[in-house]
Design a protein around this ligand. Structure first.
Ligand code: UDP
Length: 236
């Protein structure tokens, strides 16, 4: 696979073209941002861990029947993925209250829900990724009803798989964000990443936070938390 020109640079990743028009290469950076880009920093080694963790989970999800964009890990920080047009919705699943849910509804963090919840944010930095419901998403033609139903089904299936896999590593999956993409033939696939940048991970026994909240909230030992998640999930 030949790496060609850079197509895009996001907050945490760069995307490059390849000699195959259906495939792009993502290159994970150590840059970290929070609060819609207001807070900036570096988490040394994060790009390597997020790349490897995402790929490990995408391969397992694919094997369990959820279509993903994953093609092949190329190096510590680079992965070939299927080219998609991203559905501009952040899909958030929650098993316990935390973050914006706790803030919005004025409840403590850590309340375990009887059933997981789902919500969508409209991916638009200028608007600050506002909460959006499915009717509004369809009205704005961000996705069709059929696509939204499929995305919900996949998102809950991802949650079932991730929750179980993480529990085996002594981790409570509090909440996470997914993004989906469309292949050129219209097929919906899981895209983007699944990492401590996009999930909340709490140690089952101690409740210690092992995710990007350590960066957002200045809790210290940010690198250590990413490394601990890599040890637990990838054994390295
Ligand atoms: N999340 C994300 N990107 C975003 C917003 C949220 O990956 O732009 C993840 C976040 O890491 C958490 C989950 O989605 O695991 C729910 O986040 P929440 O809505 O509570 O927002 P936050 O408190 O992170 O602002």
């Amino acid at each position: 696979m030949v790496k060609k020109e850079q197509l895009y640079e996001g907050k945490a990743k760069k995307v490059f073209a390849t000699d195959d028009p259906q495939v792009v290469i993502v290159d994970y950076k150590d840059d970290a941002t929070a609060f819609n880009g207001e807070k900036k920093g570096t988490i040394t080694g994060k790009g390597v861990i997020n790349n490897q963790m995402t790929n490990h989970l995408m391969r397992k999800l694919e094997a369990s029947g959820i279509p993903t964009h994953y093609v092949e890990e190329l190096s510590e920080r680079e992965t070939a993925v299927k080219k998609v047009s991203i559905v501009p919705l952040e899909v958030i699943i929650r098993n316990l209250s935390a973050g914006s849910f706790s803030k919005r509804y004025g409840v403590e963090e850590g309340i375990a829900f009887e059933q997981p919840t789902i919500e969508f944010s409209y991916k638009d930095d200028a608007l600050g990724d506002p909460l959006i419901n499915d009717y509004h998403a369809v009205a704005l033609k961000l996705a069709t009803w059929e696509e939204i139903e499929l995305i919900k089904k996949y998102a809950f299936a991802v949650n079932d798989f991730l929750k179980k896999t993480l529990l085996e590593c002594g981790i409570t999956l509090v909440d996470f964000k997914l993004e989906f993409g469309k292949l050129s033939d219209g097929t919906i696939v899981l895209a983007d990443e699944i990492s401590p940048d996009t999930c909340r991970f709490w140690d089952v026994k101690t409740g210690e936070k092992l995710d990007k909240d350590r960066f957002r909230r200045d809790l210290g030992n940010v690198e250590g938390a990413y490394q601990e998640m890599s040890r637990r999930l990838l054994g390295k």
